[in-house]
Design a protein around this ligand. Structure first.
Ligand code: MN
Length: 197
């Protein structure tokens, strides 16, 4: 197998009650795993089998004939990034180096939270909301389906998965409540700070 399923950085029950063990069991154990397995099947015996995940994403991002490979590779990457974007006892106002940067870019944490939630809420259908560095500046953006800022030369700092499979078992159709909870209780600012270095 060329690409491995990275281990979850925590046990499946530690984000509860915000994200249940059942959601993580399905989301990591079924969805994330399936992207890894599909990707390995698609690249087996091809030139891409020798490449890193990052290179596979970059090499297939603009090639529509390889969209299945891109979609699965980008989903493998996005999910690994999403798990690290959360931690038990996380969320709330930022700490460390990111605090000043958020204030400078958005005016306040509240304003950042509002814009980040809005990015997730207004992503029509499946996708992701992101905090990224674009040309040296913090920016909030959303991507559709598997797309990832990393494929477009941007530096992701934080992401939240807004595919229904990320929240439906716990929140049903209440994507806004899931996003509020992510911001209040789950964001791993230590990870965001580590990305700044
Ligand atoms: Mn997902």
């Amino acid at each position: 197998m060329a690409i491995f399923l990275l281990e979850l950085p925590y046990a499946e029950d530690v984000l509860s009650p915000h994200i249940s063990a059942k959601t993580l069991d399905f989301h990591y154990g079924k969805h994330h795993r399936a992207y890894v397995e599909k990707l390995n099947g698609l690249i087996e015996g091809t030139e891409l089998a020798k490449e890193t995940l990052g290179n596979i994403i970059k090499k297939t991002a603009k090639d529509t004939s390889k969209s299945a490979i891109f979609n699965n590779a980008a989903q493998v990457w996005n999910h690994a990034f999403y798990w690290q974007s959360m931690k038990p006892g996380g969320g709330g106002p930022p700490v460390g180096a990111i605090e000043k940067k958020i204030k400078a870019a958005f005016g306040s944490f509240e304003k950042f939270a509002e814009e980040f939630k809005n990015a997730g809420l207004t992503q029509f259908g499946s996708g992701w909301a992101w905090l990224v560095i674009k040309e040296g500046k913090l920016e909030i953006m959303r991507t559709a389906n598997a797309d990832t800022p990393f494929a477009h030369g941007l530096t992701p700092l934080l992401t939240v998965d807004v595919w229904e499979h990320a929240y439906y078992l716990d929140y049903q159709n209440r994507r806004g409540d899931y996003l509020d909870t992510f911001i209040k209780h789950l964001i791993n600012w230590d990870f965001v700070n580590s990305r700044l270095d």
